[in-house]
Design a protein around this ligand. Structure first.
Ligand SMILES: *Cc1c(COP(=O)(O)O)cnc(C)c1O
Length: 433
């Protein structure tokens, strides 16, 4: 299958090239030339299938033309070694818990899948060494670092904004050592993202070392996230609730929502979508006005969604031929202040006993406000609330137990490289590698 750049100024690529290169040479994002719809029988029997088998069917639709099917199956099965349950919270609202992976956030699936697919293609090409650059506002760095930890031939550089990620998050990518280097940037997440993007198009740097991205700009990172939504549908179908499924995604860079939209293009019956945001409301405003006006990100308590110019907006536009009308009729928006997020976490806990993290809280609230009686709403609970312990505990007035996996990270020693927010400094650093 061919992959095209959303900027339309670069030659078509193979999946292999798209995964190895990350960003297209014209700075666009790669998108598949077509989306193969899954057959009706798949949806008839989906509720009787295991998550791994469901995911393998979805992966075959995306990648089956370009990856050996046995290898693909092994890849999917080894990536999805943890559950992804749908939990009833309240009325017709369900939580799709995406936090049961190694770093307790939904990005674990995409990161692990990408690490393995990249390694597969490196073997095919006989490539010795590649370097992954990743900008993080918190959760991406930990998921990518852990997904790639110890993978031979791949070195990972994680750029994160100094003082803007939680202590627990920071521990998850600064304590690993081995093939993982953490870079502490004196700036914002948007600075980190800009520095990474500049690195990919700098010809001197690219002739010095092979670089790729593990942000959701990489097709191998974002497409596997479609697996969850098939799983959510299968679980609801088992309960007899799947007829009017509404998917609500707490969004930052919009990779996860974009994967959900791709799932619908594969044939998944989703009635409509809600994009839940914190106060970073660029997409929300686009839905209202039709104008996309990126701005600087604002720091919030749902910091994995502090994004002022979401990368995957380009893919959403591409998917619907840039039609604001089509996009706004399928997706509605929501935007919440930190106060509203806290109020939602407290109310939900008091009424149902369910502990939301600040990101999931945006999703839950958007469903409470927008869901209609005949619909079943599924929001993504994108991180374990323990990752945001300092925020959540005072709000709900109860201690949250930190899972063992997380405690292990916190005991280890933090190490990072300090860096200014100027691309040239970052480049100098890499040129010496
Ligand atoms: C990354 C992340 C998000 C946002 O996902 P996008 O794909 O960037 O929109 C939401 N919640 C958490 C906990 C995250 O880590």
């Amino acid at each position: 299958m061919k992959y095209f750049s959303t900027n339309q100024q670069a030659p078509a690529a193979t999946l292999q090239q798209a995964v190895i290169n990350g960003l297209a040479p014209d700075r666009g994002l790669y998108v598949p030339e077509r989306i193969n719809r899954l057959p009706k029988e798949f949806f008839d029997y989906i509720h009787e299938m295991q998550f791994q088998d469901i995911a393998y069917n979805v992966a075959s639709a995306f990648f089956g033309e370009d990856v050996d099917l046995d290898a693909l199956q092994e890849l999917v099965f080894s990536t999805l070694s943890f559950p992804c349950p749908v939990v009833h919270v309240n009325d017709n609202i369900y939580s799709l818990e995406l936090f049961h992976g190694p770093t307790l956030a939904f990005k674990d699936v995409g990161a692990r899948f990408m690490a393995r697919l990249l390694q597969y293609f490196m073997n095919v090409e006989g490539m010795q060494q590649t370097n992954v650059l990743v900008a993080t506002s918190g959760d991406t760095g930990s998921a990518v670092a852990n997904g790639f930890l110890g993978v031979e031939g791949i070195h990972v550089y994680v750029l994160y904004p100094k003082g803007k990620v939680s202590n627990i998050q920071e521990c998850q990518f600064t304590t690993l050592g081995k093939n993982i280097t953490a870079i502490e940037v004196d700036g914002t997440f948007d600075d980190c993202q800009r520095m990474v993007k500049s690195a990919f198009i700098d010809s001197e740097l690219n002739s010095h070392m092979q670089l790729t991205s593990a942000n959701s700009i990489n097709v191998a990172r974002f497409l596997p996230q479609a697996f969850y939504y098939f799983n959510a549908y299968a679980q609801l179908k088992k309960m007899g609730k799947a007829d009017n499924m509404v998917i609500c995604v707490p969004s930052g860079n919009f990779g996860n929502l974009c994967a959900a939209l791709y799932a619908r293009e594969l044939g998944l019956p989703v009635k409509r979508f809600i994009a839940a945001n914190n106060i970073n409301d660029v997409f929300f405003n686009y839905l209202q006005t039709g104008n996309y006006e990126p701005k600087a990100s604002v720091q919030t308590i749902a910091n994995a969604m502090d994004v002022g110019d979401p990368s995957n907006f380009a893919r959403i536009l591409h998917l619907y031929d840039s039609s604001h009308e089509r996009i706004a009729s399928l997706i509605s928006g929501a935007t919440y202040t930190d106060e509203q997020i806290k109020e939602t976490m407290k109310k939900c806990f008091d009424q149902t006993g369910y502990v939301l993290d600040p990101h999931g809280a945006c999703g839950y609230r958007a469903l409470q406000e927008q869901l209609q009686a005949e619909e079943a709403g599924v929001f993504c609970e994108t991180a374990h609330p323990a990752k945001f312990k300092d925020t959540v505990e005072p709000v709900i007035g109860t201690d949250i137990e930190i899972p063992e996996r997380l405690q292990n990270f916190m005991r280890a020693e933090k190490k990072s490289v300090p860096m200014s927010n100027h691309f040239e400094d970052f480049k100098d650093f890499l040129m010496k590698k």
